[in-house]
Design a protein around this ligand. Structure first.
Ligand SMILES: [Zn+2]
Length: 821
């Protein structure tokens, strides 16, 4: 699953995950779960792996989806085998369903069985005592009605057009962590796995997607069609999926395996721009891991209003609608990191699965590191370093509030483990381990781990053993510190060069008082006059002095030059050394840290910023530009020339935008011309910025351009048009908001309606306001704090208008309508 938090996107999936039905209590096959779900004074308890009483071997589902009534009619056939001898009771997870009948299938016959159902689990009394040699087949006839489930994972989600009486036009599922059992009966634990077949009946006009291969499609006489999906390789229930809707399929290929992209028709021209690197990614990961992508096909689908960033359902990954991007937006950035993340899960997570959510890092740390590996391979080390720096920042921000071990046996809900520890810190730790062991050992260990545990569930010690086997080294110390304990080291260091020696002073503290000192291998890079070398030192104590023999003239010493230690490194930097050291700073993080220090030094030499404007790292360039942003007086002629160079088309949009913002201040009486030019820029973030700026000089022109763009499907342009109309719009622009309310939902709708509230405040036309109010009343608006805030602001704005326009009874009648908002 991807829980990204990108600075340019409001969608924070960590928050989106907060509705999970997992609560505290022993996650056993027991009634304790009920009590836990109903408990108000929840207490943190030790979690453990699910006890296994039965092995689920195969799941066959006959499903009929009802988009009008938002129900799923199903019959599940579960092939099971007991673990122990003499078993007579079977417990199956099935949440908030109507259970119509339960029984055994014996040959062609069905034999009803007695069962009890408490809305979470089915307790089935088998017809006899079963031995662990005996397989049997259970049928469960059920109806899944997700609308019953409030404030928890629903498993199955129906997406409607925004009109109140509209039918759902999309349905999709989300299993992780335990939502799967909301739409089919199963043993809903990550240490369970089985093969699957799904017969899915849906309206003939729609497209379906599920795991595995589409074996056939068969039209029925009632206007429906049944699609038969089959997956022969076993996977965990949380990875099961179905999706139904109006999608266009763009077909790609990897070897003989179909690689298909499911996308709304309007965006289908851009499917290859969004997903086109997938076949190359499949080749890269398959070769790197020496394990060809094992699943029968790979499909990716973008659905509306997804509950997370993305979900790696086996061979059928679901993505959120922020990925519905046009070619214009893709010039400014893309979500290839998420695409890589979900694909890498198909080895780490789907092929080898964490046995309990306590070991989720075995899925998520690897998937997050998969992003790094792809960037390193495809775009080079600088981009990869920038990505790892983003990871570090997320983890360090998180660690200000909480510090957990990666393997966490105590948590309140399973959602708690999906955080910057399991994802970002885990990726940092894997990168550190790779640096410590070397590439050959690191990747050999991964290959062995995958082969040894394919189609099984694992815990973290199995990963340690794979690394120990490949390296010959004991790694308990490493795993104890990084996987089973919390916190990180803080290392303060400096060095002195004397006549015959170099002394490196290192002081270690830790991130919290309850975190003991770390045992850290540290690389040290020594730069001599005509050569350089890297040594490895070991840090155990709080104060260490390393004495480096000085065989030749040493010009620079750097600790942890590849910045792999998952901790904080501080080195005093002063004015004198910044320029001297700059040429030796190999890592993006070092260069950014030096610039940070330089920004705060009084005697800063502006040359450091001037030079780093052309750095190979986008992040370093942006940092250098911050200096000019804050110090416009430093803008020399040569700096202006360089800023103009940065504005050229081949630089990243963020860099170009920042350069444009600074250059605007140098334009004096040519600002309007400068802005007019940038309003035509192919980059959406630049043309949007310029259009908003233009409103300060030429409102008519701004409004005309916004009107020309009002039918765009490029989301960031929609927001820009909405902002312009909210400040400058007239009654003729009302159609834009009417259409937007039909098209968008969730936070996107909220943002547009917030602008609409401003638009209403500048409009003096009763009919226009009535039209907008009627539309809002006809909407099925999402609930939530954000939306209720927007609605109350809208209400106030309209009420102000009504107070001005109406009196007495008319006012009462009109304002009563607002109570429905
Ligand atoms: Zn993930």
């Amino acid at each position: 699953m991807n829980l990204f938090n990108k600075s340019h996107n409001l969608f924070i999936c960590l928050v989106a995950l907060m509705f999970s039905c997992r609560s505290i209590g022993e996650l056993g096959n027991s009634r304790d779960k009920n009590k836990a779900l109903n408990s108000n004074n929840a207490r943190e308890v030790k979690m453990k792996s699910q006890n296994r009483f039965f092995d689920l071997l195969h799941t066959k589902l006959q499903l009929k989806i009802d988009l009008k009534n938002e129900k799923l009619q199903g019959e599940a056939l579960l092939k099971l085998k007991p673990y122990a001898n003499n078993v007579k009771q079977l417990i199956i997870d099935a949440k908030f369903m109507d259970i119509n009948s339960v029984g055994l299938v014996i040959g062609n016959q069905k034999k009803a069985l007695r069962f009890q159902y408490d809305s979470l689990q089915l307790e089935i009394s088998l017809d006899k005592t079963y031995s662990n040699e005996e397989e049997f087949l259970i049928y469960i006839d059920y109806t899944s009605i997700p609308a019953r489930i409030k404030d928890q994972d629903r498993g199955l989600y129906f997406i409607k057009k925004k009109k109140k009486d509209a039918y759902a036009y999309q349905a999709w599922t989300q299993g992780e962590t335990d939502g799967a059992s909301c739409w089919f009966p199963t043993i809903d634990q990550p240490n369970e796995r089985c093969t699957q077949e799904i017969y899915l009946t849906l309206p003939d006009s729609l497209v379906s997607l599920s795991n595995g291969k589409l074996v056939y499609k068969s039209s029925n006489q009632d206007g429906t069609r049944t699609d038969y999906w089959k997956q022969d390789l076993s996977h965990a229930p949380y990875l099961f999926m179905i999706a139904v809707g109006e999608f266009k399929i763009i077909k790609d290929q990897w070897g003989d395996k179909p690689v298909w992209y499911y996308i709304e028709d309007e965006f289908s021209d851009y499917a290859l721009d969004i997903f086109g690197n997938t076949p190359e990614m499949l080749s890269f990961f398959s070769e790197l891991l020496d394990y060809p992508y094992p699943w029968g096909k790979y499909s990716q689908i973008i659905v509306r209003d997804f509950v997370s960033g993305a979900m790696e359902n086996t061979s059928a990954t679901v993505f959120f609608d922020g990925m519905l991007m046009t070619d214009k937006e893709l010039l400014d950035g893309n979500y290839e990191d998420i695409i890589a993340h979900e694909l890498f899960h198909h080895w780490f997570g789907n092929l080898v699965t964490c046995e309990s959510w306590s070991h989720i890092a075995l899925n998520e740390s690897f998937a997050t590191y998969g992003e790094y590996l792809w960037f390193e391979y495809k775009y080079g080390i600088i981009k990869a370093q920038e990505l790892m720096l983003r990871n570090k920042r997320h983890y360090f921000e998180d660690s200000e509030f909480v510090q957990y071990p990666l393997v966490r046996h105590s948590y309140l809900t399973t959602d708690d483990v999906f955080d910057a520890h399991s994802y970002e810190k885990g990726a940092m730790i894997l990168h550190f381990l790779r640096n410590y062991l070397g590439d050959e050992v690191f990747f050999t260990a991964l290959k062995r781990y995958l082969k040894a545990h394919q189609f099984k569930s694992v815990e973290t010690h199995e990963l340690r053993l794979a690394f120990e086997e490949a390296s010959g080294k004991d790694l308990n110390w490493f795993f104890d510190q990084w996987f089973f304990s919390h916190g990180h080291p803080i290392i303060d260091w400096h060095y002195e060069i004397n006549n015959n020696e170099v002394l490196v002073y290192v002081e270690q503290t830790t991130s919290r008082t309850d975190v003991p000192l770390f045992h850290v291998p540290i690389d040290i890079k020594v730069k001599c006059i005509d050569t350089s070398y890297i040594d490895r030192l070991w840090l155990y104590t709080s104060d260490t002095v390393f004495n480096l023999n000085k065989s030749s003239e040493i010009s620079f010493v750097n600790l942890d030059p590849f910045r792999t230690i998952p901790g904080i490194l501080n080195k005093p930097v002063n004015h004198q050394v910044i320029n001297d050291h700059w040429q030796y700073l190999d890592h993006v993080e070092d260069r950014i840290n030096y610039l940070d220090v330089a920004m705060n030094l009084k005697e800063t030499d502006a040359d450091i910023f001037y030079n780093s404007m052309l750095d190979s790292s986008k992040q370093v360039t942006l940092k250098a530009l911050s200096y000019y942003n804050e110090n416009v007086f430093e803008l020399t002629e040569k700096a202006i020339v360089r800023l103009k160079t940065l504005l050229t088309k081949d630089k990243p949009s963020e860099v170009r935008l920042k350069a444009a913002r600074i250059l605007l201040n140098t334009q004096n009486n040519r600002k309007e011309e400068f802005i007019n030019q940038l309003a035509k820029d192919p980059s959406v973030i630049i043309s949007n910025w310029a259009l908003i700026k233009m409103s300060e000089y030429d409102t008519t022109k701004t409004l005309n351009i916004a009107r020309q763009k009002q039918n765009t499907i490029t989301l960031s342009e929609v927001f820009c048009v909405s902002e312009v109309f909210s400040k400058l719009g007239s009654i003729r622009d009302v159609g834009f908001y009417i259409k937007a309310m039909d098209t968008y939902s969730s936070w996107k709708l909220g943002r547009i309606m917030s602008d609409m509230s401003n638009y209403i405040s500048i409009i003096e036309d009763k009919k226009v306001v009535d039209r907008l109010l009627n539309k809002v009343l006809d909407l099925k608006v999402d609930e939530g704090i954000y939306m209720s805030y927007i609605m109350s602001s809208l209400k106030e704005t309209i009420l102000d208008k009504y107070k001005k326009w109406y009196k007495g009874e008319v006012f009462k009648r009109k304002s009563a309508l607002l109570d429905e908002l």
